[in-house]
Write a protein that binds this ligand. Structure first.
Ligand code: SF4
Ligand code: SF4
Length: 355
């Protein structure tokens, strides 16, 4: 049977301090940026407070897929006897420490299932992602309070979903019952706290049961992938949907399932680094080819690609998996209030076969 502990609210900081001594601990915390109230996942240092009462503005994606990461370092060496002879040395060693993500929401943990398929399950395995994935545990908060942008139940998840989680954090009176769901989690849980009382355990079970019954979001995705294919060449439809879009890329930046990246070399003298950085399919330059041709030159093409990728291409390629976790961040963050639910929902209205 899975182990459980109770963490009282006034002991949470102490417990997180203890955990930080054992493992790289990431928590949702305040990001002080230009006076805007942003929250995101940060590597915790002593005394830092976890913000667990709302979904973070930014998802924990960067923990497994950093916004910028060094893939390798290289150095050109010239033969002092013959400068035309150049050798290149490469160093792609990286240090990955065991990590725990504490307080992610079910939608964020589920989002990694999409990244897993892309980076670890195809013909090419990404060793950088895979190494971090193997070394990272997730302690997922049972989500008590959705907002108007959430729709996790519409994509096959829900506010009590534990898929991909190693621990479940259940809010109860005066604190949290934390339950280990995997063997690795169990060994970390020992020594962090006392077992919950019978009352706390019963309350935790009741919270989970009640939350699991809640349906968050009413988007019906049945037949959406087919409707997208039928709509594909209806440019008027996509023109209308993307008319307001600014191509700012915010929706992709905040999205836990978006993974577009670009590779650049930064060189100084004869030494350099190869970097991988997040990119966005909403940018004109993303699909611009060296010849000058751009297969997705307009907002219409790019927005259609974003919708199709999440709700048609990924489900087709990965056995029905929807490439969206219903977190609602793109809806909250879009500066012109484009709502992906409305666009996907309207796919089925009067959709007819493309010629
Ligand atoms: S956030 Fe909104 S405006 Fe910006 S690229 Fe996405 S859909 Fe377009
Ligand atoms: S598409 Fe929007 S709702 Fe879906 S996972 Fe990305 S940010 Fe969340």
């Amino acid at each position: 049977m899975a182990g459980k502990i109770f963490i009282a609210l006034d002991r949470l900081t102490l417990v997180l301090d203890k955990l930080s001594e054992k493992i790289d601990l990431w928590i949702p915390a305040s990001l002080q940026t230009n006076n805007r109230e942003l929250t995101g996942f940060v590597r915790r240092h002593a005394g830092m407070v976890a913000i667990l009462d709302r979904q973070s503005t930014l998802p924990p994606k960067k923990i497994l897929l950093p916004q910028v990461e060094t893939l390798l370092r290289f150095e050109h060496r010239k033969d002092p006897q013959d400068p035309l002879k150049v050798s290149v040395s490469l160093d792609d060693k990286s240090e990955v420490r065991p990590a725990l993500v504490f307080g992610a929401h079910p939608c964020d943990v589920r989002a990694f299932l999409t990244l897993d398929r892309v980076f670890t399950n195809g013909p090419y395995v990404d060793p950088y992602y895979l190494e971090r994935r193997r070394n990272t545990l997730f302690a997922t908060l049972v989500c008590l309070q959705e907002d108007a942008a959430c729709f996790c139940s519409s994509v096959g998840s829900g506010p009590a979903d534990t898929e991909g989680s190693d621990f479940r954090i259940i809010p109860v009176d005066g604190g949290y019952v934390v339950e280990a769901l995997t063997q690795k989690a169990q060994s970390l849980l020992d020594s962090l706290g006392d077992a919950p009382t019978q009352h706390q355990e019963a309350q935790a079970m009741q919270v989970v049961e009640e939350v699991a019954k809640r349906r968050v979001g009413d988007l019906d995705l049945t037949g959406s992938a087919e409707a997208f294919r039928k709509r594909f060449e209806q440019n008027d439809y996509w023109q209308e949907m993307a008319a307001q879009c600014l191509s700012c890329g915010v929706c992709t930046h905040v999205c836990p399932t978006c993974y577009c990246f670009t590779i650049t070399d930064e060189i100084e003298n004869l030494r350099g680094e190869r970097l991988r950085s997040w990119d966005s399919c909403m940018f004109y330059q993303y699909s611009l080819e060296a010849s000058g041709h751009n297969p997705r030159p307009s907002k219409l093409n790019r927005y259609r690609n974003r919708v199709g990728h999440k709700f048609s291409y990924i489900p087709k390629k990965y056995d029905g998996l929807i490439g969206c976790s219903g977190c609602g961040r793109c809806i909250r963050s879009c500066p012109v209030s484009i709502d992906i639910r409305q666009i996907v929902g309207r796919l089925k209205e009067n959709a007819c076969e493309s010629k």
